[in-house]
Design a protein around this ligand. Structure first.
Ligand code: MTE
Ligand code: MO
Length: 543
């Protein structure tokens, strides 16, 4: 009589999930090692564009407002958690469905699990990889087999190797458990009575938990270390902060200049391989290398930049001296064909935006490569970016690789989410000193009140400040601006005579004589409006 063959799955549902998460931890660690060493983007970076694209503009804007620079970091870690969860589900699929059940019968050659286990794990990984490459990446806008992923290595190959590790880990966990005798023996007559002495089930589970716990802690520690390295190249936090003791420098140092981009990791452009293509609807397309660009006749121009998502009184604004070539000169060399309505900028991070032809031909619109006398730094667009005075920061494309003339009303990255395409700066003023919430000691000296006012390319003709919450207004003094496209520093003195709470407000009038909009509106979609105000406390005089 032969013993009946019993087919069984030694790995339960929950364990399958957690082993999947553990394998995903290993995969994720490898993924970040590849990001740091090989410049191969991590998966969350590829999904983040999709999330911002799917989220309605107002929601995204509100999120940015509430979380500031941390919105991107939060999104990144949420996507990372999602990746580990997906690993868990794929683990369940592997142990519960993909892997053939083990059998209790002793047969030779053994039908399972070792031989199928290894190749099965690798086939499984390759299948996941194929789905990712042929379906998921195109769906998230990164092209078939990641054609639109920006990296200097073969993205499909690196990803395949990473996912093979995942499949191999799933195989190895099962194998390891078998070898250590931690997998439960099959039920059935053959092993009845011999395999399950009292308490052994519990001991086995305990041992397995300890082994997996140790493996998880190890993988987690390695991943944690790699993530800490990753944090140093990630750009999801805004590094600049406003100085808190008085007026800001009129020219913002590069290190203190606000930074905004759609990316979790900004591109690092290899200038030796970089070229700027000027083309589209032109008679004579051409490309420029870095040395070509920097040897053309250049101009230097102070221009203030502000992000359209900057709130009233916010930090996302800076002023620098830029050096570069007028865009007009490049377009003249390429000879535009009739019918061009917009000039599109394409960038190394997949970002694109456009400006109307008239703005592109304005002499102040520059293709720049220097900021405050130094080559552009990578966060600010090295090797080259566009400076378009009068239009919000998003139109000032960074890491530009192509300048493209089109006869269509091209809509850029942020416009697809509903942000303004006109993107003309709103007139705005900000109080930089005193700090909001400051307590001022009464003294015979007047208190300095001051800040900046900005209206893009319209200039500022007048700034007024109120010390009584907008009931009365006094004119502030204006420092002559550094250029036609910069902010203006304003100052006033204040002599509060009575202790108490005061509400200070500021408002500006642009060069055309238009007073800034008083009504409060959110940054989305046209840039914030409303007067900036702060509360200041004047302390009682000591007697
Ligand atoms: N290629 C590219 N250019 C870009 C962006 C981007 O994400 N990618 N962000 C834009 C936005 S929204 C702003 S406000 C400015 C910020 O420039 P800064 O970081 O030098 O201050 O860059 C713009 N240019
Ligand atoms: Mo922006």
């Amino acid at each position: 009589m032969t013993a009946p063959v019993v087919r069984y799955r030694p790995i339960g549902r929950h364990e399958a999930f957690w082993l999947g998460v553990l394998a995903a931890l290993d995969f994720t660690a490898l993924m970040f090692a590849a990001r740091i060493a090989l410049d191969a983007p991590a998966l969350p970076e590829l999904f983040v564009d999709l999330v911002t694209r799917l989220m309605p503009g107002p929601v995204f804007s509100a999120l940015l407002d509430a979380l500031g620079g941390n919105a991107k970091r939060l999104l990144f870690y949420a996507l990372l958690a999602g990746q580990l969860g997906a690993g868990g589900l794929l683990g369940m699929l592997y142990y519960r469905v993909w892997q053939p059940p083990k059998t209790s019968q002793v047969v030779w050659p053994p039908p399972t699990p070792v031989r199928w286990g290894l190749s099965g794990g690798l086939v499984y990984a390759t299948a996941i990889w194929l789905v990712l490459m042929a379906a998921v990446l195109p769906l998230v806008g990164k092209g078939f087999f990641g054609a639109d992923v920006v990296t200097s290595v073969s993205y499909p190959l690196v990803t395949w190797l990473e996912i093979l590790t995942f499949g191999y880990a799933l195989f190895a966990f099962d194998e390891l458990k078998d070898r250590m005798g931690l997998n439960p023996r099959p039920p059935g007559p053959l092993f009845a009575g011999v395999d399950e002495p009292a308490g052994s089930r519990g001991r086995r589970r305990m041992l397995a938990a300890m082994v997996w716990g140790a493996a998880t802690v190890t993988a987690g520690a390695i991943l944690g270390f790699l993530l800490s390295q990753y944090e140093t190249i990630a750009t999801y936090t805004d590094t600049s902060r406003r100085r808190s003791d008085g007026l800001l420098p009129e020219v913002t140092p590069v290190a203190g200049f606000y930074h905004v981009s759609k990316n979790i990791v900004d591109p690092t452009v290899n200038v030796a391989a970089w070229a700027l293509a000027v083309g589209g609807l032109v008679e004579a397309p051409f490309t420029l290398r870095y040395a070509d660009l920097t040897s053309l006749p250049a101009v230097q121009q102070y221009t203030t930049l502000q992000c359209i998502s900057n709130g009233v009184g916010g930090d996302l604004m800076g002023n620098a001296e830029w050096k570069g070539v007028p865009l007009r000169a490049l377009l003249e060399q390429a000879r535009l064909k009739p019918g061009v309505v917009k000039i599109v900028f394409k960038c190394a991070d997949g970002y694109a935006d456009s400006i109307p032809l008239a703005k592109a031909l304005a002499p102040e619109t520059l293709v720049v490569y220097e900021m405050n006398g130094e080559p552009l730094t990578p966060p600010h667009g090295f090797p080259t970016r566009i400076i378009v005075p009068g239009l919000y920061g998003m139109k000032n494309a960074k890491w530009v690789t192509a300048i493209h003339a089109v006869d269509t009303d091209f809509q850029g990255y942020w416009q697809e989410q509903g942000w303004s395409d006109v993107a003309r700066y709103q007139t705005a003023a900000r109080i930089d000193t005193p700090n909001r919430g400051a307590t001022i000691a009464p003294s015979l000296d007047a208190t300095l009140v001051g800040g900046v006012a900005f209206a893009g390319d319209r200039g500022i003709s007048r700034v007024e400040v109120s010390f009584d919450s907008g009931v009365t207004w006094q004119p502030a003094g204006l420092k002559p601006p550094l250029g036609k496209f910069t902010w203006v520093q304003w100052t006033a003195t204040w002599n509060p005579t009575k202790a108490g709470d005061y509400y200070l407000k500021v408002r500006a009038t642009d060069g055309a004589g238009a007073l800034q909009t008083a009504g409060q509106s959110d940054p989305f979609p046209n840039g914030a409006t409303g007067y900036h105000w702060i509360r200041v406390e004047v302390a009682a005089a000591a007697s």
